[in-house]
Ligand binder design. Structure first.
Ligand SMILES: O=C(O)c1ccccc1N[C@@H]1O[C@H](COP(=O)(O)O)[C@@H](O)[C@H]1O
Length: 215
């Protein structure tokens, strides 16, 4: 069985990144959404990305950012992928892809079969799809809320034209079941590997990657 590729999102320190590399995560995520307890500024992300071990893919998480904001990030931070976590349209996904020449992962929040059906359209323009739980109505953050969704909704999914990743309330205790239930080969986590909001826990990171690969 090929390994499950794990993305650890919201890394903020060199230590976080060292643990991700040692645990054999595939991706690290820099969160540029200012209201998040996981956010980093551009100088911090730049230094972290420059120093990150080769082989860890560096992803920038942005939410409805305009070109000016994306220009500033991409001009400074060496990146492997952009993660669009807002209400970006398929046209905007295509525009970002063309403008920055970086692979784009579009996030789609799921709480119904209709939400799953919408993925098709985005899978034609994005390089990857991140299937996440829809944020609760009163949530301040559009993601990173530690909320799962009904994974059985994905049974109705058709073949998508690009690779996909699963997120939403994953943690070391439920990630193996999520992999079994959905057949996903890539998983993403933010709050489920933290000891407090925005504080990554090395043991939880190691346990998460190991549990994802225990199936
Ligand atoms: O993590 C955040 O703070 C965040 C803020 C704004 C948009 C997205 C965010 N996180 C992303 O959401 C998924 C799921 O988070 P969780 O594991 O349920 O806490 C996370 O992996 C990030 O990609």
């Amino acid at each position: 069985m090929t390994k499950i590729r794990a993305k650890i999102c919201g890394v903020k320190t060199p230590q976080d990144i060292a643990v991700c590399a040692e645990a054999d995560a595939a991706y690290i995520g820099f969160n540029f959404f200012a209201k998040s307890p996981r956010s980093v500024d551009i100088p911090t992300a730049t230094q972290l990305a420059v120093d990150a071990p080769v082989g860890l893919a560096k992803v920038a998480l942005v939410v409805n950012f305009d070109n000016e904001a994306l220009d500033a990030i991409t001009a400074s931070v060496p990146l492997d992928m952009l993660q669009l976590h807002g209400a970006e349209t398929p046209e905007r996904v295509a525009e970002v892809k063309a403008r920055y020449g970086l692979p784009v992962m579009k996030v789609l929040g799921i709480s119904s079969a209709e939400d799953v059906a919408k993925i098709d359209l985005y899978a034609q323009v994005a390089d990857q799809i991140l299937v996440d739980a829809k944020a609760p109505k009163d949530a301040v953050l559009p993601g990173g809320n530690g909320v799962t969704f009904d994974w059985s909704l994905l049974r109705a999914k058709k073949y998508w034209q690009c690779p996909w990743m699963l997120a939403g309330g994953l943690n070391p205790d439920n990630v193996a079941e999520a992999v079994r239930a959905t057949g996903v080969r890539q998983v993403d986590v933010a709050s489920g590997v933290e000891s407090a909001p925005g504080v990554k826990d090395p043991e939880l990171i190691r346990a998460f990657v190991a549990a994802a690969n225990s199936v």
